[in-house]
Every structure is written in C-alpha cells, then in structure tokens.
Design a protein around this ligand. Structure first.
Ligand SMILES: *[C@@H]1O[C@H](CO)[C@@H](O)[C@H](O)[C@H]1NC(C)=O
Length: 430
C-alpha cells in the first residue's frame, strides 16, 4: 500500500482538514497510523543522533528529562597540535549508527542499555564559541550544570537507578571536543556532589602539565587553559580527589632531562596514580590493569567517579584520528575489556574526547572506537542501576566463579564458564 501525506490527510477526513488550519489537532488514529508506518529506523537512516536516541536540544527544553544524556561539546580551540576535534561529536554520532535500541544487547555485559530501565537521550550540542576560550569555559560550565541538575526520569525511591551518592541524579556522557572540556565538567560535578571527584583518566598523556610547560615567558590567564593543563587547573581548584584518582595508558614524553615531571614533590600530578601503556604486560593483561585501578579508586557508592577517555589512549593504528597521537597504545579490544572490568565503579559522568575526524580514515576507525567506548560506558551506567545482579563478563556471576575456584572437581550447575560455552546451545535443545 502506497500512501502519501495527501492520502493520509484524505483518510483523516474533512473535519480534521478544517481543524488543521485553526488548532492543528491531529486525530489519534492518524498519529497511530503514522507511527506504525514510519516509526522505524534502519542503521543508515535518521537524524545523526547518538545511537538513534531521541534528539532534543535539552538546553532550550527545560522540561526535558532523562536518566542519562549524551551531550556534544564541539570545542577545539585549546589544542596544542592538530586541531579538528570540534567535529568529533558529529563523527561519533555518525559512527554510532549501528547502535539501535532493538539491536544493542551488550553480550559482554549481559544487558541492552537502550532497552532497559533508563531513559537515555541525545541532548544535542552545546553551542560553544570558537572565538574566546574564557567565554567557552563559562558556556560549558553553565550547560553541564544545567543538564546535570535536571531531575532524572527515574526517582531515587525506584528499585532502578544507581544507589549511593548519585541516587536521583541524572548523568551526562560528553562527546568532545578537545580534552579541556573536562575542566568545566568537573567544576559542574563538584557543584552537584559538593566534594572532590575521583578522576579515572585514560590517555597517552598526563594533562596535568603546569601551564609554564608551553611557555614560561609568554603567559596569560587564557593560555593556562588548554588541553594539556586542565587537570593541573582542576587539581589546584580542589576539584580532584588526590587519594583515589588515576591515569591509565600513559606513554608521553616528559619535559627536561629527567623524570622530574613525575617526581617533583607537591605537583598536582602526584594526586594521580600512574599506569603506563606497557604495564599491561607486567600486570598480565587487561584484568591486571582493572585490578590496579579498582585498588586505587575503590568502589565506594558515596564517592563519585568521573571517567575521562582521551581516544589517544588507543594506539594510532587503532585510532589515528586524534590531535596528539602517540605510538604504542592499547588496542580497542584490550581497552573494551578494561572498561567492562570497571563496570562497578560509581561513574557519575564521563567524556570521550579528542576524536579529530579529519585525521581519521575512510573506515571511521577512530570514531567507531569512540562510539563503542560511549556504548560501554552507558552500558555500565545502566547496568549499575538494573536492580539485580546481571553477572560480570559475559554474564558470569561472581558467586559462581568463587564456587568454581573452591570446588574444582564438581562444577556447579549455573551459568557456563566460558564464552564459547555460553554461546553454545544446551544439549537438550539440540
Ligand atoms: C590535591 O593536591 C593539590 C596539590 O598539592 C592541591 O592543590 C589540592 O588542593 C589537593 N586537592 C584536594 C581536594 O585536597
């Protein structure tokens, strides 16, 4: 059956045609018919919203509510090398096209984050000025505070939603933008949670540089705000918890002729534990990295964690489209495994930054990785509020693993241990 708009209008009858001009009342059955006919998306159709989530400019819709909002921060006038990350949000949205509510069951996590309890929306972009970084900082802070203080869809009293300090609070996942967008995000989180935030920072670089690293002679207030120094600023402002924060994936060159960037006492970088990209070998793989991180950050439901992912934590072979690439990083698979291992962290906000599409390739390798990182983070946020134990990696329940470790000869009947078994069809169904 081929129906045009004109055809539908005719079906709706003359009463509506008249009302249409006066009050714009569309009869319910017409709406329902339209939804049945057209409310479908293919992975390659639609507005370029993240994961085909409902796109709304939440900043101008004060009644708009969500549990988790994806928000773009297209800002890149604080970079030190290749610019272009202002186009990151667009590229990540485009690369998220194969994430749809109906087809997004995360097998590693055992939950579909877009078809669960949480209302997840794409709140569009913050219209950030590219002409004045001081003003840009203010715009981002105000936007993050406004969106982060919206009453969420899920009430604190619900069986769903995160418990602890973030109960009854909405959460933001920011698509950058260069990495300096994390400073206004942390300022807003500090306001919302009224305490220093644990920062888990995945990056090739420290980003805690004292601004004099770039030029000791030519200094201004604005030159201190850039994508390599914002954690220094954030630390000096007391926004970062010094005893629980960590860098992971480091492989940057340092200044000078020794490692005094690491060892000089009293510098903010001392507030971060450091895990280097190469440590993954000594630690026995991704789960070793996970254990180190959890030892440092803890799993306290009353301590808020901000997860900040610079896509350059990945090797340039895996993610070439970025502002300051450093060879020798983790693969996408290793990093996904690390992120999944961290799903129990009390993540109250996150960013994925430094995707610079003009240096990406035709296969959108970098943007795809970034979209996947966002998917894993949103999965963890939703899973944390699922109201039941969904098991860990590929649905393995911790109690089952513990039982298997003690009773080696009799394997308890429950979830299978390995992925291969988990995906095989039970014998009695063959
Ligand atoms: C963390 O350490 C830095 C540098 O010593 C200091 O300026 C900052 O206030 C400390 N932050 C907190 C939250 O105590």
């Amino acid at each position: 059956m081929k129906l045009t708009w004109a055809g539908l209008l005719a079906l709706a009858g003359t009463a509506w045609s008249h009302a249409h001009h006066d009050e714009e009342v569309v009869p319910q059955h017409v709406r329902e018919e339209l939804l049945k006919k057209w409310n479908q998306e293919w992975s390659f159709t639609g507005h370029a919203s993240f994961a085909h989530l409902k796109p709304i400019k939440c900043l101008v819709e004060p009644d708009e509510r969500y549990d988790i909002a994806v928000i773009g921060a297209p800002f890149d006038t604080a970079v030190s090398y290749r610019p272009g990350a202002r186009f990151g949000p667009r590229a990540i949205r485009a690369a998220s096209a194969r994430q749809m509510a109906g087809t997004s069951f995360n097998t590693r996590a055992g939950i579909n984050p877009y078809s669960s309890w949480a209302t997840v929306k794409d709140c569009g972009d913050i219209p950030i000025t590219p002409f004045d970084n001081g003003l840009a900082e203010r715009q981002m802070y105000e936007a993050f505070l406004e969106l982060g203080t919206r009453t969420p869809t899920t009430k604190a009293s619900s069986e769903y939603g995160t418990k602890g300090i973030s109960a009854g609070k909405s959460k933001l996942v920011t698509l950058g933008g260069d990495h300096s967008v994390a400073l206004p995000a942390l300022r807003a989180l500090y306001q919302i949670y009224q305490k220093p935030i644990t920062v888990l920072h995945f990056d090739a670089h420290l980003d805690t540089w004292n601004p004099v690293r770039y030029s000791a002679y030519w200094q201004s207030e604005q030159s201190a705000f850039n994508h390599g120094s914002f954690f220094h600023k954030a630390s000096r402002e007391g926004l970062i918890c010094n005893s629980t924060s960590a860098h992971a994936g480091l492989r940057t060159r340092l200044t000078g002729i020794d490692d005094s960037d690491y060892t000089a006492p009293g510098t903010p970088e001392q507030g971060f534990m450091r895990i280097h990209a190469d440590d993954i070998d000594e630690l026995g793989g991704p789960m070793g990295v996970v254990n180190q991180i959890i030892q440092r950050t803890g799993l306290d439901p009353d301590q808020p964690v901000y997860l900040s992912v610079d896509i350059d934590v990945l090797d340039p072979a895996t993610a070439p489209g970025t502002g300051t690439p450093e060879p020798g990083g983790w693969t996408t698979r290793e990093f996904i495994r690390i992120l999944r291992g961290l799903e129990k962290l009390n993540i109250v906000g996150a960013d994925i930054v430094e995707v610079s599409p003009s240096y990406d390739n035709k296969g959108e390798t970098t943007a795809l990785a970034a979209a996947q990182v966002a998917f894993e983070i949103i999965t963890s946020m939703v899973k944390a509020g699922a109201g039941e134990d969904l098991g860990g990696w590929y649905g393995r329940k911790e109690s089952v693993i513990a039982a298997q470790e003690t009773e080696t000869e009799s394997v308890p009947e429950s979830k299978p241990e390995t992925t291969a078994e988990a995906e095989s069809i039970p014998k009695d169904e063959l």
